[in-house]
Design a protein around this ligand. Structure first.
Ligand code: SF4
Ligand code: SF4
Length: 402
């Protein structure tokens, strides 16, 4: 809410609330940047307008294990479902209250009818809560189509690669049937090129922010990542290229930050306020292991390999989330490596209440960090954050011990 008010205030004072007027026509550079940070504040306005103006289909998806490239190749817009941040009532009639707020929030949005612009939804089978969400969604929400994507859980076996490719081939056929489109290799390779360019630019921005964290605020960075999961990807790519070029020029001014450097770890973070609070407490986020962060962008697809093989290889090779298995210590080792590479002073775990996969991983990762003398703190979160003052005090205390 606070975020929406600030954005509205900024937008109106600068006269840049342009995405309400048009979403796909060429626009002046500054307006595009304002769009990137405004769109996540009200993504449904963007989607409705996008659909009205382009006539394209919109496919909802729930998790970073969705092969967006295949959806985008059909001409449809992949739209990440983040769920309601407050006021979850309808979902409670269908899901136990001990499901994480992300899953309950997504179901709430579906049941409320606010997602009626979707033409279908895709559910990768990852954690138990997402699998149950898929079943409930199929029964209760009458969108045009519903596709389950049963990817392998163990990624480090002989058979995982071929099984992953077979599942992706089936997914392609399911989408062709559902959307009435034949997906050619040329369509797939065009989509893969677009996603590769987005990922490469995002990694450039990550590197820049690592070097000079003040050149882009955590809030803006978070909004850009969310916009990547909402906007038309080619338009996003163009706007992102302009931002990256401008920020690269700004980074030459060598701004030196004295804030403590932090890595965030967890599932999804839908609270841009967290970044402000961290920065006000004397910290700065220089790396993350989040689905709304580097886990979404890491790994470029091999454009010379067959499309399905390239997509499968990325899922098998990129850092995993705890809903997948790639060896007992894989996530912990990845977080330690990230701390070292980013010269971070500590790690903050953002744990959504009732998220079993992340809660089960936490003790062993903490042990690994303790052994490496890397301080960490654990923040339990729900759809609503604890009060700002309380959070500020916790972060200030953590930053002081670093
Ligand atoms: S933590 Fe894993 S299962 Fe949960 S949304 Fe992220 S990628 Fe999907
Ligand atoms: S991985 Fe955790 S946060 Fe993500 S959907 Fe599953 S239970 Fe919820």
């Amino acid at each position: 809410m606070i975020f929406a008010v600030i954005i509205c205030f900024n937008a109106f004072t600068h006269g840049k609330f342009s995405f309400h007027n048009t979403v796909y026509k060429e626009k002046p550079e500054m307006e595009k940047i304002t769009d990137l940070t405004n769109i996540p504040a009200d993504p449904y306005v963007y989607c409705r307008k996008y659909k009205e103006e382009t006539g394209k289909k919109i496919v909802g998806y729930t998790c970073s294990y969705t092969p967006e490239e295949i959806i985008y190749a059909t001409g449809a817009l992949p739209f990440r479902l983040f769920g309601a941040n407050e006021g979850i009532h309808l979902a409670d009639a269908n899901l136990q209250s001990y499901c994480c707020s992300l899953v309950r929030g997504i179901l709430e949005e579906g049941l409320s009818g606010r997602l009626d612009f979707l033409d279908g939804a895709v559910f990768p089978h990852t954690c138990d809560s997402f699998q149950r969400l898929s079943d409930i969604w199929r029964i209760n929400i009458a969108h045009q189509f519903h596709v389950d994507l049963v990817l392998p859980v163990k990624l480090n076996t002989e058979s995982a690669r071929q099984y992953m490719i077979d599942v992706l081939e089936k997914f392609k056929k399911d989408l062709e049937r559902a959307l009435g489109v034949k997906i050619t290799d040329a369509m797939l390779s065009d989509a893969i090129k677009t996603y590769n360019q987005i990922r490469a630019l995002m990694m450039r921005l990550y590197a820049l922010r690592n070097k000079s964290p003040e050149i882009i605020s955590g809030r803006d960075f978070h909004s850009i990542i969310k916009a990547a999961m909402i906007m038309d990807r080619k338009l996003f790519l163009k706007a992102l290229g302009e931002i990256a070029a401008r920020k690269e020029r700004a980074s030459d001014q060598k701004i030196i930050s004295s804030n403590k450097r932090l890595v965030l770890a967890g599932s999804v973070c839908s609270h841009p306020d967290i970044y402000d609070i961290i920065e006000n407490a004397g910290g700065v986020v220089v790396g993350d292991d989040l689905c709304t962060g580097s886990r979404y962008f890491e790994g470029v697809l091999d454009e010379k390999a067959s499309p399905m093989e390239a997509i499968a290889n990325r899922y098998l090779d990129r850092p995993i989330c705890p809903a997948k298995h790639n060896g007992l210590m894989d996530r912990g080792e990845n977080i330690v490596r990230m701390v070292r590479e980013n010269k971070a002073d500590g790690v903050v775990f953002l744990l959504l209440k009732f998220c079993d996969p992340h809660a089960f991983d936490y003790p062993y990762i903490k042990e690994m960090l303790d052994r490496e003398n890397i301080p960490c703190m654990l923040l339990d979160m729900e759809e609503q954050l604890p009060s700002e003052g309380q959070l500020q005090t916790r972060f200030e205390t953590f930053v002081q011990i670093l």
